[in-house]
Write a protein that binds this ligand. Sequence first.
Ligand SMILES: *Cc1c(COP(=O)(O)O)cnc(C)c1O
Length: 349
Amino acid sequence: MTARLHVDLAALAANITRVRATVGPAELMLVVKDDAYGHGLEPVVRRAAASGVRWFGAFDVRTGTAVRAAAGDDARIFAWIAASRADLDAALAGRLDLGVGDAELLEELADAARERGVTALVHLKIDTGLHRNGVRPENWPTFVGRAAELEAEGVIEVVGVWSHIAEASDAEDDQARVLFETALGQASAAGLRPVLRHLAASAASFARPEFRYDLVRVGAFCYGIRSAGGPPAEELGLVPVARLEADVVQVTRDEVRVGLGALDGLPSSLQGRAFVGTPAGARSLRSIGDRESVVAGWPGATATDIVTFFGPGRRGEQATTDLAELIGTIGEEIAVRISPLVPRHYDGD
Ligand SMILES: *Cc1c(COP(=O)(O)O)cnc(C)c1O
């Protein structure tokens, strides 16, 4: 293996500080789904917890359980995908906060909590237009009414009300927020007093103060990944945390072969489009094979040189979102695709 992903934990901590300063007094929930966006769950969670992050967004219960092991007893861990009764039991055992956007799931969770003699920590999800699990506005009043009964019984505690928005257009997000506000009013009318209202992810948490409420769920910006089509990372005060690099394996007349390819998670559609960082600055990424890529050469290239595929740009390489924009995707996708077999190296700890 001649490639590795360097993860700069000091940069992660700096981004976390920057995000908290921007969104405060709203609290930061660090989203760590997809192995912390490919950066490695455990080191990321440990460093974030040491930096004072209290809330983690885990996606599923399995990830939530792994976060509990890494972050310790004091962390609050939010998971919003529970697929089975076994998941609900694991969530209760791990004292996870669960996102619930389905009336049937709420009953199952209440049953599981009743049997264990515990109180489930619940964040009720309203569907504000994305149509990814969430209770439709027309069913919401009944749903929150039932939640209030279960809370009175002591089997659940409604900690939060939340939703997820597209962050693709301000107009659509505004419409979603109107639905969210209505849902909050109805929850209150049902007698619920959720202390955590949460709606925003990275983009809205910076650009739209009225979307911050009590808690923001931020992944991308904490890893220094800007939004596609959004302001540059420097302008946001963020630095890329990950740097993907590989060794030169062969130098020919005007080309250099490098030990990273499509099977390592480099999208082959980047060939002929992207620039990589070299000791001589930016060079064109000419082609991408299974395990190797070909880069335009530079004077004096040797087999001890290193090529950077994405990172903070110090050697001419592009950022993940720059690469993503070349092929119509988002920066997170570039980071998450890097094979787990590419070793992660941690600095700045
Ligand atoms: C992934 C995700 C986030 C974080 O989104 P970013 O744009 O990476 O900050 C927040 N909330 C939910 C529900 C998510 O799935």
